[in-house]
Design a binder for this molecule. Structure first.
Ligand SMILES: Nc1ncnc2c1ncn2[C@@H]1O[C@H](COP(=O)(O)OP(=O)(O)OP(=O)(O)O)[C@@H](O)[C@H]1O
Ligand SMILES: [Mg+2]
Length: 297
């Protein structure tokens, strides 16, 4: 198997080629190509219904693709469940993070993978170790929590996302998939989460960052896949695309231009309509009756 990628370097962690997914006769995704490499952030952008969640569901093992190939480190795969994906180091952080709000941060950090000490019937949770590890792992990501004993529900949305990212890193994820982690956050908190995405990349993970927002994607992304109604309408490395081009693609460039043209026309018409009828009659013979007609409506 070749170990070169589109950019001519190494085997990507993930590679999707011509991937498609149908739900009955709805085509949710078709002909999508994507590569995720270690130490890179791959951004998936698109409007509502573009197929972003469908794409991550395929990558994370929740759904299977109907056509195309999905390879992990060069080997074709077909995951039966998210557990299979996780076993291959593919961790997904969903927006409604699966946390237990009333449990302490450290309990949530180790949820489902608790550390124990002692043997057999005498084994018990190694609370000290879990507390210490949580604190040091969060600190290693630059997250400074006052108290890992506080219930995770008391953290801000941004902080909770950061804990989830640190957890995936600690449990050895190679690929980290983040489904719109910044969607519900304010500017400052979104900035914090973006910083941790960069940290995960610097630790050598391949990150898939799903977002609506080109302003969040552009500064931290290495590759950009733009989806529209289940199809790829652009797949670029950062040096191939500017922030303006990304924004315009994302917004449907031509449609947006048409819309702004229509809005300008509407604004001009409204301004003309607002001008006094005598004024308008004096300048253009047509405007006054038009304005009167508008008023009569
Ligand atoms: N389980 C399903 N059954 C039927 N249709 C579905 C299902 N899941 C998604 N779809 C359809 O597939 C298309 C893509 O949906 P998807 O959820 O992947 O979009 P999205 O890009 O994640 O959108 P959003 O930004 O709103 O989350 C949509 O038209 C959606 O209605
Ligand atoms: Mg979605």
């Amino acid at each position: 198997m070749s170990d070169t990628t589109a950019t001519g370097t190494r085997t990507p962690l993930l590679r999707l080629t011509g991937c498609a997914k149908h739900y009955g006769n709805i085509i949710a995704l078709t002909g999508v190509d994507l590569e995720v490499c270690a130490g890179e952030v791959t951004c998936v952008l698109g409007d509502n219904g573009a197929g972003k969640s469908t794409l991550i569901k395929i990558i994370s093992g929740m759904h299977q693709h109907d056509a195309g190939t999905y390879e992990v480190e060069g080997e074709p795969v077909r995951f039966a469940s998210p557990r299979d994906a996780l076993d291959r180091g593919i961790a997904t952080v969903y927006q409604d993070l699966a946390v237990v709000p009333l449990m302490p941060v450290w309990r949530n950090f180790f949820l489902g993978s608790e550390k124990r000490k002692g043997f057999g019937p005498f084994s018990r949770l190694d609370v000290d170790l879990m507390r210490r590890t949580t604190k040091s792992e969060l600190a290693a990501m630059g997250i400074d929590l006052r108290d890992v004993d506080q219930p995770i529900g008391t953290l801000s949305g941004g902080e909770r996302q950061c804990v989830a990212i640190a957890r995936a890193v600690y449990f050895g994820a190679k690929v980290l998939i983040l489904d719109e982690p910044t969607a519900a956050l304010g500017v400052k908190q979104a900035g914090v989460v973006l910083r941790y995405i960069v940290q995960a990349r610097e630790r050598g993970l391949g990150v898939v960052f799903i977002t609506h927002n080109p302003h969040h994607a552009y500064p931290i992304g290495d590759r950009f896949l733009i989806l529209n109604r289940g199809r790829s309408i652009g797949y670029h490395t950062k040096d191939e695309i500017t922030r303006e081009e990304l924004t315009s693609l994302m917004a449907g460039g031509a449609e947006l231009e048409q819309l702004s043209h229509e809005l300008e026309q509407a604004a001009t018409a409204a301004a003309n309509g607002a001008a006094s009828p005598s004024d308008a009659a004096g300048t253009t013979g047509r405007t006054a009756p038009a304005a009167e007609k508008e008023e009569a409506k």
